[in-house]
Design a protein around this ligand. Structure first.
Ligand code: ADP
Ligand code: MG
Length: 251
C-alpha cells in the first residue's frame, strides 16, 4: 500500500499541490488522470522521492519515503519520469541493465543478465537489444525505458505517461504488458495516463487529480460518469457502455 497524508508541495505563491491524503492499495494498476498541470507528475515524483515535499508524509509498503535510505528505497520502488530520457550512446541492453544497479552496483552477474534478458523479451525488444537508443523510434525507446524500470524488480512501479510516443497498437500492447506485470509478477503499478479510455479499460483504480487535489478515487465503474468526467476535464464528456466496457466520448 502507498499512503499519502497531508502531502503538500508549494512551487511558488501561485502554484500549490495538495494537501493530498490518499491510500493506493497494493496490487493491480492505478491510473492517475487529470488535465495538464493538475499535479500528477508532482505527486508521482514525490512518492518516488525525486522531489521533496514541503510537508506531509508518504509511506510505501510501510516505509517512510523521507527517511528510508536510497539503497533500500530502490529495492521497493522504481520510477520512470515523464522526461528523463537522456539519449546517449547506450544500447537497449545496457540501458535495461541499469535497472539492476541497486543489486549489482555496476557489476552484472549471470543472474542479472538472465533478468535483463527476461525483461527485454517481455517488452519484445530482443531483436533490438544491441541497437543504440538513438537508432530507435520514439515508441521503441519508450519500451526500452519501461523494460529498464521493470528490470529493477520492485514491488511498486511508478510510470509517468509511458504511452507517450506510442501509437494505438503499441499503447494497447504496453498496457497489456503492465497488466501482466501486475498479475503475474504481483507488482503494484501507478501510471499517469493521458487517455481516460485507456485508464477505464486497463486500470483497476482511477485516481483523478485536479487543481493539485484528488478529485476522485475509485474503480473505473465508479469514476467513469458523465458528471464526474465533465467536471474533471472541464469539457462536456459523455460515458457510453461500449462492447469492451465504458468509453468516454468528448464533444
Ligand atoms: P501534470 O503532471 O498533472 O501535468 P505537474 O505536476 O507537472 O502537472 O505540474 C503541476 C503544476 O505545478 C503546474 O501548474 C506546473 O506548472 C507547476 N510546476 C511543475 N513543476 C514546477 C517547477 N519545477 N517549478 C514551478 N512550478 C512547477
Ligand atoms: Mg505530468
Amino acid at each position: 500500500m502507498i499512503t499519502l497524508t497531508n502531502v503538500r508541495k508549494e512551487y511558488n505563491s501561485d502554484v500549490a499541490i495538495g494537501p493530498v491524503t490518499l491510500e493506493i492499495p497494493s496490487g493491480g494498476i492505478t491510473a492517475l488522470v487529470g488535465p495538464n498541470g493538475a499535479g500528477k507528475s508532482t505527486l508521482l515524483t514525490m512518492v518516488g522521492r525525486l522531489l521533496a515535499m514541503d510537508s506531509g508524509e508518504i509511506t510505501v509498503a510501510q516505509h517512510d519515503v523521507s527517511s528510508t535510505s536510497s539503497k533500500d528505497l530502490a529495492k521497493i520502488i522504481s520510477i520512470l519520469r515523464q522526461e528523463n530520457h537522456f539519449v546517449t550512446k547506450l544500447t537497449v541492453r545496457q540501458l535495461v541493465g541499469f535497472g539492476r544497479f541497486p543489486y549489482s552496483k555496476g557489476r552484472l552477474n549471470a543472474e542479472d543478465e538472465q533478468i535483463i534478458s527476461r525483461y527485454i523479451d517481455f517488452l519484445n525488444l530482443t531483436d533490438l537489444e544491441n541497437r543504440y537508443l538513438d537508432q530507435l523510434s520514439g515508441g521503441q525507446r519508450q519500451r526500452a525505458y519501461v523494460a529498464m524500470v521493470l528490470c529493477q524488480e520492485t514491488d511498486y512501479v511508478l510510470l509517468d505517461e509511458p504511452l507517450n510516443n506510442l501509437d494505438i497498437a503499441h499503447s494497447v500492447e504496453m498496457m497489456k504488458h503492465l497488466q501482466s506485470a501486475a498479475r503475474e509478477f504481483g507488482r503494484t503499478i501507478i501510471v499517469v495516463l493521458h487517455d481516460i479510455n485507456f485508464a477505464a479499460r486497463y486500470a483497476d483504480y482511477i485516481c483523478a487529480v485536479k487543481g493539485g487535489k484528488i478529485a476522485e478515487f475509485g474503480t473505473p465503474r465508479e469514476v467513469m460518469r458523465d458528471d464526474i468526467l465533465t467536471e474533471i476535464f472541464n469539457t462536456p464528456v459523455q460515458v457510453i457502455d461500449g462492447p469492451n466496457g465504458l468509453l468516454a466520448v468528448y464533444h
